[in-house]
Design a protein around this ligand. Structure first.
Ligand SMILES: Nc1ncnc2c1ncn2[C@@H]1O[C@H](COP(=O)(O)OP(=O)(O)OP(=O)(O)O)[C@@H](O)[C@H]1O
Ligand SMILES: [Mg+2]
Length: 142
């Protein structure tokens, strides 16, 4: 088991930092190109949600990304904010549901993350924050 934690300001420019750092951390597992693309997308969507929805785009809060993996290539990713929280998680997970339609969001981030994950959970409490807990197993054809 190996693990790491990233904590960074809720600046949108840090989304790329998180995505690239997670890929660098997972490099010893030799994920396929497709798996890397999926992991990058998951991190990108979750961090963007934390900043835009969790913190209403305030750049001075903190986003946390924790990543771990085991010897079987099973990756756990937890993306957390201490922001607004989600009142109705079931509704938030519906494809095309967005609370920010005015900002040209499509409401597909959660659905995309779910598609690319083997296990996907959202733990959220209103006014306390949200954690997205994702597990993804690498295929590792050798
Ligand atoms: N970290 C979060 N904190 C608070 N609310 C969230 C968070 N993540 C998601 N949500 C809520 O869940 C809804 C659905 O999220 P989803 O990522 O699927 O769509 P979106 O972000 O609105 O649009 P898109 O991701 O397609 O740009 C959001 O509109 C928001 O209301
Ligand atoms: Mg989103």
């Amino acid at each position: 088991m190996n693990k790491m934690t990233l904590k960074f300001r809720s600046e949108m420019e840090n989304e790329a930092f998180a995505r690239i750092s997670v890929c660098a951390f997972l490099a010893p597992l030799h994920p396929s190109f497709e798996e890397l693309m999926e992991i990058k997308t998951i991190i990108s969507e979750a961090v963007t949600n934390a900043i835009i929805h969790g913190y209403d785009s305030s750049p001075v809060k903190t986003v946390k990304v924790e990543v771990g993996y085991d010897e079987n290539g099973c990756i756990t990713m937890i993306i957390s904010d201490s922001g607004n929280g989600i009142a109705d998680v079931k509704k938030a997970l519906e494809p095309l549901y967005t609370s920010k339609a005015d900002q040209e969001r499509s409401g597909m981030g959660m659905t995309i993350m779910q598609t690319f994950s083997d296990s996907f959970d959202v733990i959220s409490c209103v006014k306390e924050g949200t954690s997205v807990v994702i597990q993804k197993k690498l295929q590792r054809i050798q």
